[in-house]
Design a protein around this ligand. Structure first.
Ligand SMILES: Nc1ncnc2c1ncn2[C@@H]1O[C@H](COP(=O)(O)OP(=O)(O)O)[C@@H](O)[C@H]1O
Ligand SMILES: [Mg+2]
Length: 342
């Protein structure tokens, strides 16, 4: 589904906490837009302010400053009653599922519908539909303790979807799951976007999760949104040096041992956007120029829009030949960024 209009806008949202070390800006002057029908991810290290930000979005946490427009309303000014109506348009999923352990699967999913005063018939029909949707019809009467992590998160997603929300907030919704289960949960979220037009704001500290599912990503660092953009742009041509460092720190590419093995050349991080990762550009380079290329680290990242490859290489040779090699790379669509070391 193509993204529609703006569903959520935050302007200058700030949340401070008093701590023993003084005032902490957990969320610091954060502004962004999320369009209807997109999956917007926030990534950041532990303590970056991700959970606080998401709690501000549904006003579980009152921001000290800033406004939050959701579905056409500034929700920071609503009365408690109107706020609770607005919150019904937001579903939430968590790392540890937050199911009711004394209720069975059916009752967990039915819970928001009961709060909303639906009839028994409506509730039965809707819950059965959702159970089919998340492929758990046979677990209707099971209790959460009898389910795997992936199944629990499916119940949580069904519960979050039960009232037809416009927005799903996921705070580390896949962080407790193994990689295969993570993939199936992400697919379920993507399917919900495609089929119901729901919008997802997804918070994760896992780069792979952000890359594989998000349309756009924001990077949080010490409470600040330091960069935001389409997923491919963020990985291929980040605007901020800090983002590059952040991505590198998550990928932990270069091992200490590799640095010790360097032979005095210059170190570059090469990025192969889109199609170029399938062409033999580096073997061409080695044939054409009298330089040595020492491969240190790399991976081919599959982002949603295609393949993006990274390689960290040491190039040694005459200074002029190194420059010629770099020009050749640029001509072939390979970006390079020198990595300082030592
Ligand atoms: N209720 C609170 N009181 C004081 N400090 C808090 C509170 N909630 C979060 N923090 C602090 O705010 C910062 C951001 O936390 P959090 O939003 O949980 O980060 P993340 O989800 O990115 O790991 C951390 O330094 C955390 O210790
Ligand atoms: Mg968190």
């Amino acid at each position: 589904m193509k993204s529609g209009g703006i569903l959520l806008t935050t302007k200058n949202v700030t949340k401070r906490f008093e701590t023993d070390d003084g005032l902490l800006h957990a969320v610091n002057d954060v502004s962004f837009d999320v369009r209807q029908g997109e999956i917007f991810g926030f990534i950041g290290l532990s303590g970056a302010g991700k959970s606080t930000l998401v709690r501000c979005l549904n006003l579980l946490e009152r921001p000290d400053e800033g406004t939050i427009y959701f579905d056409g309303q500034d929700i920071t000014t609503l009365s408690e009653k109107d706020l609770s109506l607005a919150r019904r348009k937001m579903g939430m999923i968590f790392q540890h599922f937050n199911l009711f352990y004394q209720k069975n699967v059916f009752e967990n999913i039915a819970y928001p519908l009961r709060l909303n005063g639906h009839t028994k018939e409506e509730i039965d029909a809707r819950v059965m539909e959702l159970l089919d949707y998340v492929d758990l019809a046979d677990k209707k009467t099971a209790y959460p303790s009898e389910l795997s992590g992936g199944q629990k998160q499916r119940v949580a997603i069904a519960r979050a979807l039960s009232t037809n929300p416009k927005l799903i907030l996921s705070d580390e919704g896949t962080s407790a799951l193994d990689p295969e289960t993570t993939r199936s949960i992400l697919q379920l979220l993507r399917r919900s976007v495609n089929e119901f037009g729901v919008t997802v704001i997804l918070i994760t500290h896992q780069m792979e999760v952000a890359k594989s599912i998000c349309d756009r990503i924001g990077v949080l660092e010490d409470g600040r949104l330091i960069e935001e953009g389409p997923v491919e742009q963020l990985f291929v041509s980040p605007k901020q040096a800090r983002t590059i460092r952040f991505i590198q720190s998550l990928e932990e590419e270069i091992e200490e041992d590799d640095l010790e093995a360097l032979s005095g050349g210059r170190l570059f991080r090469l990025t192969f956007p889109g199609d170029s990762s399938r062409k033999p550009i580096l073997s061409d380079l080695i044939r054409r120029f009298p330089v040595d290329v020492n491969f240190l680290a790399g991976n081919i990242n599959v982002v949603r829009s295609g393949k993006v490859g990274y390689l960290t290489v040491e190039i040694s040779g005459e200074p002029e030949e190194i420059e010629n090699s770099l020009a050749f790379l640029t001509k072939n669509g390979v970006n390079h960024e020198e990595v300082k070391y030592g």
